[in-house]
Design a protein around this ligand. Structure first.
Ligand code: KG4
Ligand code: ZN
Length: 362
């Protein structure tokens, strides 16, 4: 295993954020030297959702300058890098290809090892950007495309304990926002509107919470929200009540299932640790509810700062550096993958890329 210092460029393009970061590992701790995110929210506004082709083109247009600017922020030249990491899936395939191709070009031109990072591994390791979170830990990963409980044993070792059987939580937030015609990104818009609402005003279901097992379901909740909206447009008061009630239902489901997961995991590790990560972890109501649940059950609680909950490249550079440190690099013909379950992104993918000027160090 590589010790000491190591600097990695990270690229994230799996959805609608073009993100680049430079992360340096110093004595096993990450330092973010430079980090930029170019959001595409405005590019997709007209369409009520992310348009994959527009996203891919926007990544291509922005990547080169964003990489240059981030390297300048980090005061880093190509010679300072030990590797280049990019999200290789899962995600919108055109965007993933754009970021991965850029990383491959840099790896080839500057003779650096390539690290193909699973986007979910980035989220899974993201709390370690800001705090010392030791392995193993229980993780609830909640994003626009995923909602799952994982046991994070180590870098590259993830065991899925349960997941949504239909919609992801972020998706439920986004669809609720769309049905209510709220402006901006779904999750933050619902959270904002919910502030003025009464969480007990609208009766909504909590699917699957009384069932054993750690699977979750959100599509019934979405249907119930549609029914609560009914015909016509709800006024501001009613909109706030629906948002608050929806958020409360999500909080109940996640808290109940997290409690169950923690009960199953309790005492299995030297420290009982519960981590919340992914875009939906930016929601303050959910964060504080799950933190309280964790503390009640004697677990330490971690969630990344908001900017590292939603898609970012610091988490990809960190995952890249951690993998590089363990000799887990990838060949230059590594494919972009639309689907890629995290349990398959394991350390089992042996070190296959032996090349690279600094490859020997890795
Ligand atoms: O991790 P992420 O940025 O991208 C994916 O990997 O999917 O997560 C995006 C999701 C979106 O569904 C977005 O609406 C949701 O995270 N989200 C939130 C909040 N901020 C972002 N959901 C609830 N409350 C928020 N404050
Ligand atoms: Zn994400």
């Amino acid at each position: 295993m590589m010790q000491g210092e190591l600097t990695v460029l990270g690229i994230e393009t799996s959805c609608d954020e073009t993100a680049v970061a430079v992360v340096r590992m110093e004595g096993g701790r990450p330092v973010v030297l430079g980090e930029r995110v170019a959001s595409q929210t405005d590019d997709h506004l007209l369409y009520g959702g992310v348009v994959p082709e527009i996203a891919a083109r926007a990544h291509v247009e922005r990547l080169d300058s964003l990489i240059g600017l981030t390297m300048a922020d980090a005061l880093a030249g190509w010679d300072d890098l030990d590797g280049v990491a990019a999200t290789s899936g899962p995600g919108l395939i055109g965007g993933v290809m754009a970021g991965l191709s850029a990383a491959k070009a840099i790896a080839l031109a500057h003779d650096l090892p390539l690290i193909a990072v699973n986007h979910l591994e980035g989220h899974a390791l993201s709390p370690r950007l800001a705090a010392e979170v030791d392995f193993p830990y229980l993780l609830l990963l909640v994003s626009g495309g995923h909602c799952q409980f994982l046991r994070v044993e180590d870098v590259g070792r993830y065991r899925r304990l349960g997941s949504t059987i239909d919609d992801a939580v972020g998706e439920a937030f986004d669809k609720t926002a769309k049905m209510l015609r709220l402006a901006g990104q779904g999750g933050p818009a619902v959270e904002r509107a919910a502030k003025d609402g009464d969480a007990a005003a609208v009766l909504l279901p909590r699917p699957l919470i009384d069932r054993p097992g750690l699977d979750m379901s959100f599509s019934g909740l979405k249907t119930a929200v549609r029914r609560a909206i009914g015909e016509g447009e709800p006024d501001a008061r009613r909109t706030a009540d629906i948002c608050a009630s929806f958020q409360e239902a999500v909080a109940d489901i996640l808290a109940m299932k997290s409690g169950q997961a923690m009960a199953e995991m309790k005492g299995l590790a030297a420290r009982d640790t519960f981590v919340l990560a992914g875009g939906v972890a930016a929601n303050r109501v959910l964060r504080s509810r799950l933190e309280a649940e964790a503390h009640n059950l004697g677990f330490e609680f971690f969630a990344p700062p908001l900017r590292w909950c939603t898609d970012n490249a610091a988490m990809i550079a960190l995952a890249g550096a951690e993998r590089l440190r363990r000799g887990l690099t990838d060949p230059l013909d590594t494919p972009a993958r639309a689907r890629w379950p995290l349990d398959e992104a394991s350390a089992a993918s042996a070190p296959v890329y032996g090349g690279g000027r600094k490859g020997a160090k890795a």
